[in-house]
Design a protein around this ligand. Structure first.
Ligand SMILES: [Zn+2]
Length: 271
């Protein structure tokens, strides 16, 4: 049985890179016989409205691909990535902000073995970091999306540092891990942002090439996904999604990705 239960019962990747937090007993369901409640896997995809399980992503590269710089003046600053250089049929889901905290999404992420990266903004999370910690303990990193979600372009250096380092410190305090990836709100940044991000320990600035809108994917160019695309989604609920729940919306995203012959990888294995 190689097509079921992508990562519910074992390591999510075959590569040697040890950057995933160890599995936490009691959080990820243990292995059980196919179809048992313990697998959370064999037919979970049907329960979440999929036609087939999420295929296991290809083994990550032994060496992370080189990411281009945005220009010759950017030497020493973090690279900016919209699309991971790979020819594998894999894309990367990122989920931003943190407005919606739907407990069923934790179940969905666990049962589908859905890898994603969260980019969290403090002022919409408030006292609810525990919710995102549940998702983090499933193996989904929680990264930096500023304290208050301003458009950083044009802001003074000190103010940008406050936004980026401030959220870094909160994530560090809450989760015991320093975020390495950063996404500027609205995808808007300037050279000052890159200097501030570098100062705050950012390894890579992550943008996106495709976005899950209320009823489907939209692309910065073209009309389909490309290998390595980074896909933007949000923690959103019925109020923002014309009545859809977050889990229905995420099912729509997974279906759209599967329909184009892709599966979902773990961004931190590549950047
Ligand atoms: Zn945002």
């Amino acid at each position: 049985m190689t097509t079921e239960g992508p990562r519910a019962a074992g390591p999510r990747t075959a590569g040697p890179r040890p950057c995933r937090p160890p599995a936490t007993p009691g959080v990820r369901p243990p292995a059980g016989p196919p179809g048992s409640a313990l697998t959370g896997a064999s037919d979970a995809y049907r329960r979440w409205g999929l036609d087939r399980p999420l295929a296991r992503p290809p083994a990550p590269p032994d060496v992370k691909p080189a990411l281009g710089r945005s220009g010759p003046q950017q030497w020493g600053l973090p690279p900016i990535v919209r699309r991971v250089p790979t020819d594998r049929r894999v894309v990367f889901v990122t989920i931003d902000d943190g407005i919606e905290k739907d407990p069923r999404f934790v179940e969905q992420a666990r049962e589908l073995g859905l890898p994603f990266t969260g980019f969290l903004t403090d002022n919409v999370i408030g006292t609810h970091y525990d919710y995102f910690d549940q998702l983090r303990l499933l193996g989904n990193p929680m990264e930096n999306h500023t304290l208050t979600h301003p458009s950083l372009a044009g802001m003074a250096y000190d103010d940008q540092v406050r936004e980026i380092c401030g959220q870094r410190d909160i994530l560090w305090h809450r989760f015991g891990q320093q975020p390495k990836l950063f996404r500027p709100p609205f995808g808007e940044y300037d050279d000052t942002t890159l200097r501030a991000a570098s100062f705050c320990g950012v390894r890579t600035v992550v943008l996106w090439r495709a976005e899950m809108e209320t009823h489907g994917l939209a692309y910065r160019s073209g009309d389909h996904l490309l290998p390595g695309d980074i896909v933007l989604a949000h923690f959103r609920g019925p109020e923002q999604l014309e009545g859809q729940s977050m889990t229905e919306w995420i099912t729509g995203l997974v279906r759209a990705i599967q329909a184009q012959g892709f599966t979902i990888g773990r961004l931190e294995d590549y950047v």
